[in-house]
Design a protein around this ligand. Structure first.
Ligand SMILES: [Ca+2]
Ligand SMILES: [Ca+2]
Ligand SMILES: [Ca+2]
Ligand SMILES: [Ca+2]
Length: 304
């Protein structure tokens, strides 16, 4: 009897909850900030970080980044001359993002394209302006470290800050210890990425990362994995026709509000880049069939 009563009350409550949300004004949801509004703030935070923090790097390329203490003689990342501080302009959401990255070592092996997978050790921090007792300070907060990565991350599926900068680095060499199977990596690419929030988790944030937080990742690129996104037997990096290590799908008008007049990686110009196009030359015969027949799949005058 008591149980029945409980269910009865529960169902009434549920009903009234539903009717409340129906009749009352919806809870106001703040729309995400415009990317063009947020970006200058992020750039400012990142440049302030570069100018007020310094880096030390261990023999095995573990990077430690700390704030220069008051009166400290450490040289900022911005001013130091040991490592090259580079940047890459990434045009997305109609914003020209400047993505800074520090080259600790370029690597000697192969570079991924932005559509490949990477096996990378990394450590991540997010930046935030924190006001305490009327004083605002830029803070860097640790959120994750993977020292011994076991899974490849698809650059296509992870944050854009990663997919845009990892192709600038190379893998190295590795040796496997026959006794315990332990792999040792040498000469790998290592660097630090400074990512505006628009190329990170932006308004939603993610577990442990607040919204609109620029991200800093130090990383070591151990291995890459070549993908074949359209399953035609031609790996993505071989479908990067102009060999710039980047291929884009401009059909996504949220990411790309303006499409370039020519996409070098779209042979038939149908808007589908070759790495996703099962018929690269648009002759009605699939690339797979053309390869099987020994014809040139990039030449529409030649097909099975
Ligand atoms: Ca392919
Ligand atoms: Ca390309
Ligand atoms: Ca195409
Ligand atoms: Ca074809």
């Amino acid at each position: 009897m008591n149980k029945f009563k409980y269910y009865f009350i529960l169902s009434i409550t549920t009903l009234s909850l539903f009717s409340c949300s129906k009749n009352e004004d919806p809870i106001p949801v703040t729309p995400p900030r415009a990317y063009s509004v947020q970006y200058p703030t992020d750039l400012n935070d990142i440049e302030q970080y570069l100018k007020t923090y310094y880096i030390t790097v261990s023999a095995d390329f573990d990077a430690t980044i700390s704030k220069i203490p008051e009166g400290g003689s450490q040289i900022s990342i911005w001013d130091q001359k040991i490592y090259q501080l580079k940047n890459r302009i990434v045009r997305l959401h109609a914003v020209d993002y400047k993505v800074y990255y520090l080259v600790l070592r370029e690597g000697v092996g192969e570079s991924p394209t932005n559509t490949d997978g990477v096996l990378a050790a990394y450590k991540g921090e997010y930046l935030q302006q924190v006001t305490t007792a009327g004083v605002t300070n830029l803070t860097a907060t640790f959120f994750e470290e993977i020292k011994f990565p076991e899974t490849f991350l698809s650059l296509n599926a992870t944050i854009t800050g990663w997919s845009e900068i990892f192709p600038q680095f190379k893998t190295g060499n590795y040796t496997s210890n026959p006794d315990n199977g332990k792999i040792t990596y040498t000469d790998f690419g290592a660097g630090v990425l400074f990512i505006p929030s628009g190329l990170g988790y932006y308004a939603t944030g993610t577990e442990g990362i607040p919204s609109y937080a620029p991200l800093v990742f130090s990383f070591k690129l151990h291995e890459i994995l070549r993908f074949d996104s359209d399953g035609d037997g031609v790996l993505n990096y071989l479908e990067d026709i102009n060999k710039d290590k980047y291929a884009y799908d401009f059909r996504n008008t949220f990411l790309h509000p303006t499409t370039p007049s020519v996409n070098a990686d779209d042979t038939d110009g149908d808007g589908i880049p070759n790495y996703k196009d099962i018929d690269d030359d648009g002759d009605g015969f699939t690339t797979k069939a053309e390869i099987a027949a020994g014809t040139d799949y990039l030449n529409k005058n030649e097909h099975p």
